[in-house]
Design a protein around this ligand. Sequence first.
Ligand SMILES: [Cu+2]
Length: 119
Amino acid sequence: MNVMSWMLVVIATLVLSTAALSPVMAADAVATTTSAKPVAVNIQDFVFAPKTLTVSTGTRVVWTNRDEEPHVVVSAGNQFTPSKALDTNDSYAVTFDHPGTYTYYCAIHPMMVGTVIVK
Ligand SMILES: [Cu+2]
Protein backbone atom coordinates (compact mmCIF):
# COMPACT_ATOMS: atom_id res chain seq x y z
CA MET A 1 0.00 0.00 0.00
CA ASN A 2 1.51 3.35 -0.97
CA VAL A 3 1.31 6.47 1.17
CA MET A 4 -1.55 7.97 -0.82
CA SER A 5 -3.75 4.91 -0.40
CA TRP A 6 -2.95 4.73 3.29
CA MET A 7 -3.96 8.38 3.73
CA LEU A 8 -7.28 7.72 1.99
CA VAL A 9 -8.01 4.80 4.29
CA VAL A 10 -7.26 6.92 7.37
CA ILE A 11 -9.48 9.76 6.14
CA ALA A 12 -12.32 7.43 5.25
CA THR A 13 -12.13 5.74 8.66
CA LEU A 14 -12.21 9.11 10.43
CA VAL A 15 -15.22 10.30 8.45
CA LEU A 16 -17.16 7.08 9.04
CA SER A 17 -16.41 6.93 12.78
CA THR A 18 -17.32 10.62 13.21
CA ALA A 19 -20.70 10.02 11.60
CA ALA A 20 -21.34 6.94 13.72
CA LEU A 21 -20.39 8.74 16.94
CA SER A 22 -22.71 11.69 16.41
CA PRO A 23 -26.06 10.71 17.92
CA VAL A 24 -27.08 14.36 18.34
CA MET A 25 -26.72 15.03 14.64
CA ALA A 26 -28.63 11.84 13.86
CA ALA A 27 -31.47 12.83 16.20
CA ASP A 28 -31.69 16.27 14.60
CA ALA A 29 -31.96 14.72 11.18
CA VAL A 30 -34.82 12.48 12.31
CA ALA A 31 -36.69 15.38 13.96
CA THR A 32 -36.41 17.43 10.80
CA THR A 33 -37.75 14.73 8.53
CA THR A 34 -40.64 13.67 10.79
CA SER A 35 -41.91 17.09 11.94
CA ALA A 36 -45.21 17.91 10.25
CA LYS A 37 -45.31 20.95 8.05
CA PRO A 38 -48.01 23.56 8.65
CA VAL A 39 -51.01 23.25 6.37
CA ALA A 40 -52.43 26.42 4.83
CA VAL A 41 -56.05 27.50 4.50
CA ASN A 42 -56.58 30.56 2.36
CA ILE A 43 -59.46 32.91 3.06
CA GLN A 44 -60.31 34.35 -0.32
CA ASP A 45 -63.48 35.65 -1.96
CA PHE A 46 -65.37 34.97 1.29
CA VAL A 47 -64.54 31.27 1.20
CA PHE A 48 -62.22 29.09 3.25
CA ALA A 49 -60.07 27.09 0.83
CA PRO A 50 -59.92 24.19 1.17
CA LYS A 51 -63.34 24.21 2.81
CA THR A 52 -62.75 20.78 4.32
CA LEU A 53 -59.23 19.88 5.34
CA THR A 54 -58.06 16.52 6.65
CA VAL A 55 -54.80 16.47 8.62
CA SER A 56 -52.98 14.12 10.95
CA THR A 57 -52.90 14.73 14.71
CA GLY A 58 -50.39 17.37 15.72
CA THR A 59 -50.66 19.36 12.51
CA ARG A 60 -50.53 23.14 12.62
CA VAL A 61 -53.15 24.76 10.41
CA VAL A 62 -52.53 28.35 9.30
CA TRP A 63 -55.36 30.51 7.97
CA THR A 64 -54.37 33.56 5.94
CA ASN A 65 -56.80 36.27 4.89
CA ARG A 66 -56.35 37.13 1.19
CA ASP A 67 -59.43 39.36 1.07
CA GLU A 68 -59.63 43.11 1.48
CA GLU A 69 -62.32 42.50 4.11
CA PRO A 70 -61.49 41.35 7.66
CA HIS A 71 -62.39 37.80 8.68
CA VAL A 72 -62.43 36.00 12.02
CA VAL A 73 -61.86 32.26 12.47
CA VAL A 74 -64.16 30.93 15.22
CA SER A 75 -64.66 27.31 16.30
CA ALA A 76 -68.35 26.38 16.14
CA GLY A 77 -68.00 24.15 19.21
CA ASN A 78 -65.56 26.44 21.02
CA GLN A 79 -62.89 23.76 20.43
CA PHE A 80 -60.08 26.23 19.89
CA THR A 81 -59.39 29.87 20.68
CA PRO A 82 -60.91 32.24 18.11
CA SER A 83 -58.66 34.47 16.05
CA LYS A 84 -58.71 38.21 16.27
CA ALA A 85 -60.05 40.06 13.24
CA LEU A 86 -57.65 39.20 10.44
CA ASP A 87 -56.79 42.03 8.10
CA THR A 88 -55.45 41.47 4.61
CA ASN A 89 -52.54 38.99 4.69
CA ASP A 90 -52.88 38.42 8.44
CA SER A 91 -52.54 34.82 9.57
CA TYR A 92 -53.87 32.75 12.43
CA ALA A 93 -52.59 29.30 13.43
CA VAL A 94 -54.00 26.45 15.49
CA THR A 95 -52.19 23.21 16.28
CA PHE A 96 -54.61 20.27 16.39
CA ASP A 97 -53.34 17.84 19.02
CA HIS A 98 -56.46 15.68 19.27
CA PRO A 99 -58.36 13.71 16.63
CA GLY A 100 -61.82 15.02 15.84
CA THR A 101 -63.95 17.14 13.55
CA TYR A 102 -63.53 20.88 14.03
CA THR A 103 -66.15 23.02 12.35
CA TYR A 104 -65.49 26.73 12.23
CA TYR A 105 -66.96 29.88 10.74
CA CYS A 106 -66.24 33.56 10.25
CA ALA A 107 -67.76 35.64 13.05
CA ILE A 108 -68.31 38.58 10.68
CA HIS A 109 -69.73 36.48 7.81
CA PRO A 110 -71.38 33.44 9.46
CA MET A 111 -72.19 31.92 6.06
CA MET A 112 -68.46 31.28 5.70
CA VAL A 113 -67.88 27.84 7.18
CA GLY A 114 -65.06 25.32 7.09
CA THR A 115 -64.07 22.03 8.67
CA VAL A 116 -60.78 20.58 9.85
CA ILE A 117 -60.84 16.81 10.26
CA VAL A 118 -57.99 15.59 12.46
CA LYS A 119 -57.11 11.89 12.22
CU1 LIG B 1 -65.44 36.83 7.11
